[in-house]
Design a protein around this ligand. Structure first.
Ligand code: WT7
Length: 644
């Protein structure tokens, strides 16, 4: 265990004002003037009082095949529907409509491989790539309503495959390429995918991650997949199973892979994608998002928060396999007709200035990343960034966990040259887009995600739903629906109700604790449930525990998160062994490797303690809180329910 990052505490004296130039040119300033209002707070109030008018303003910036009857349908709470009656397809807004304008020739994507390979795609060529894959999928029998699982490295074909599914009305379920076989198998089985798109392998720190091998193991565990389409990236040897596996490059050369493909007309509420995320139980939740509301929410938040304009070169350095990538690498930037950067590999490969080199060489204007990456790069010192001209940058962003003020200041000073406001965006897989976030016009306090976005109403409340006093810890809630909200949990609507809406009447409980200071700024503290944020990735303790228990030596296990300098939290596991096994350093290494193999490297515990018992409640639930307190040498708190 190493030192914890300093936790953000409300600090009202440390305030960063945006420059007059940034305020003047901000998209949100233009919108404020259009509404005849003179402050952001006034605009926010207006957007709540006229919520449907606000969201229909936003929706009117997009094209629809057929307009909506209703902006919000709340007749079956909490199963809210948005833009009902409308016909649309997110791909129409992300690609098709740009082809009718000069943006047809604009770069949509600039991609850089870890090995230095570079490729770029205009909107015109993006359309061809997507259409060809769409036609291949159709020829495999994929149709509207099917779920295609995608398991890929960070290459342009990942984006193309997602868009190809959406174009023909199939939902995609992207499983992050860093997950391993059990995680992939579970997600394939839950989504009942018949088609899987993958690649031979991907590069990370000059090592080949053999994705196809992991796929083969996962497919041995789950029987639904009939067709596995394989892109070639790393050139590693793979085994192609006859009748199941097909090379994409072969298919894309066949006449079936025509470069034109009509975009399927969808209902606004039709499913766009499923994305699995960790929760309190071991089974990951399939979060469902739809075409209509999601395209409005994601494009609106990107436009007003990162202020994306035609001149920008926008880089969201996440992986498309997470919600950040879905919303803010793939869909929102394309809807806005932006030029995006995507980089395949590690930030410090071959040297710790790889990112800064990319910023300088491609003229990045907006850089959106995570606190864990900032802390990781900060360790290498200022010399690395100082070698590069990063004067193109004008806005920075952070997401995934609270950003500690020390990392905030480094990002602001060293990377942003004290010019670039930092947009600390709080949101979730479930929310689809930013909920609490500054816009460029707002004064910033390092460590606070500031206030709710336009049209969004958030609060910090007690267990009974009454608002907390300033600076009092409470539950973070969202008090009204929003267009990009998740619609349900796939195959388990009751879990959607129970997890988010059952705790407090008419409020969405985010599962985070927070406090609000006297200026109304929100300070997110962290998760309240058994979710650990490791390097910004969301992992359920239960997932790690079941991976451990699947090893023959383990009888029982408990996982907790302990503070870590770079990762924010690191996983520490307590393990009770079966009789006949003895704890040793070798066994610890074996168990760590086992979890890595089952779930993926990010889930590998940092350390394991062998123990003869675990603290449990009388009803048999492991008290992770007690384990954590013991590990940190803190008081154990209320242990009245602890079993003797
Ligand atoms: C959880 C959601 C949404 C993209 C990435 C994470 C934490 C996220 C912030 C932030 C403090 C944050 C919360 C939230 N979180 N952004 N700016 N400040 N905490 O999505 O994996 O669904 O995780 O991440 O705890 O509940 P996710």
């Amino acid at each position: 265990m190493t030192n914890a990052p300093d936790v953000a505490a409300p600090n009202t004296s440390d305030i960063y004002q945006p420059s007059a130039e940034i305020v003047e040119q901000a998209n949100v300033t233009a919108y404020m003037r259009q509404k005849g209002l003179s402050s952001y707070d006034e605009l926010h109030r207006w957007s709540l009082e006229n919520n449907e008018a606000f969201w229909s303003d936003m929706a009117n910036e997009l094209e629809w095949y057929q307009p909506w009857d209703k902006v919000l349908d709340d007749s079956n709470k909490p199963f809210f529907k948005w833009f009902t009656g409308a016909k649309t397809n997110i791909v129409h807004n992300a690609i098709d409509r740009h082809l009718k304008t000069w943006r047809k020739n604009k770069l949509a994507l600039i991609w850089e491989g870890e090995d230095g390979e570079q490729r770029s795609y205009s909107y015109f060529s993006l359309n061809i790539e997507v259409s060809k894959i769409a036609n291949v999928l159709k020829s495999m029998g994929v149709k509207k309503g099917d779920v295609v699982t995608i398991y890929m490295p960070r290459i342009p074909e990942l984006m193309f495959s997602m868009l190809a599914c959406a174009k023909i009305g199939a939902a995609h379920s992207v499983v992050y390429g860093g997950f391993s076989e059990a995680a992939l198998a579970d997600r394939l089985a839950d989504a009942k995918s018949k088609v899987l798109i993958t690649a031979d392998g991907g590069f990370m720190r000059n090592k080949v991650i053999e994705l196809k091998k992991i796929v083969d193991e996962a497919l041995a565990r789950t029987p639904t997949v009939q067709t596995c389409l394989v892109f070639k990236r790393a050139g590693n040897a793979v085994e192609m199973v006859q009748g199941r596996d097909l090379w994409m490059h072969d298919l894309l050369n066949l006449p079936i892979a025509n470069s034109s493909c009509p975009t399927e007309e969808m209902d606004a509420e039709d499913m766009l994608f499923i994305l699995y995320t960790s929760g309190t139980t071991g089974k990951p939740k399939g979060v469902v998002h739809t075409h209509g509301g999601y395209q409005v929410g994601t494009s609106t938040t990107l436009k007003y928060v990162f202020d994306v304009k035609d001149e920008d070169r926008y880089w969201c350095a996440a992986d498309p396999g997470w919600i950040t990538g879905h919303s803010f690498i793939v869909y929102a930037p394309l809807i806005l007709g932006a030029t995006s950067i995507m980089y395949e590999g590690a930030p410090n490969y071959p040297y710790p200035d790889r990112w800064w080199q990319i910023v300088a060489r491609t003229g990045v204007t907006v850089l959106y990343t995570a606190p864990t990456a900032i802390r990781g790069l900060m360790r290498f010192g200022e010399l690395w960034p100082s070698r590069h001209d990063m004067s193109s940058l004008r806005l920075l962003g952070s997401v995934g966990e609270p950003i500690n003020p020390e990392a905030w200041r480094w990002f602001y000073q060293v990377i942003g040259g004290e010019r670039c406001p930092i947009m600390d965006t709080w949101w979730q897989t479930e929310t689809g887009h930013f909920m609490i976030t500054p816009t460029p016009v707002m004064p910033l306090k390092p460590g606070s995600a500031t206030k709710a976005f336009l049209g969004i109403e958030v609060d910090v409340v007690h267990e009974d739903g009454t608002p907390c006093e300033p600076n009092e810890d409470g539950l973070l809630v969202i008090k009204r629906p929003w267009p990009g909200m998740m619609r349900t949990v796939l195959n388990d609507p009751q879990r959607y109700v129970d997890t988010y809406w059952a705790r407090l009447p008419d409020m969405y409980a985010a599962g985070d604790s927070a406090r609000k200071d006297e200026d109304g700024y929100i300070w997110v503290i962290g998760r309240l449930d058994d979710v650990i944020k490791v390097s910004g990735y969301r992992l359920g303790t239960a997932e790690v525990e079941s991976a451990l228990v699947s090893h023959p030596a383990v009888a029982e296990a408990a996982a907790i998160g302990l503070p870590h300098e770079v990762k924010g939290n690191a996983i520490h596991a307590f393990v009770m062994l079966r009789s006949g096994f003895e704890g040793s350093h070798e066994l610890e290494e074996k168990l760590r490797a086992h979890v890595g193999h089952e779930l993926g490297p990010i889930a590998r515990p940092d350390s394991i303690t062998f123990t003869l018992s675990l603290p449990k409640t009388r009803s048999g639930k492991i008290m992770r809180r007690v384990l954590k307190a013991r590990a940190l040498g803190q008081p154990e708190g209320d242990i009245s329910t602890l079993e003797e």
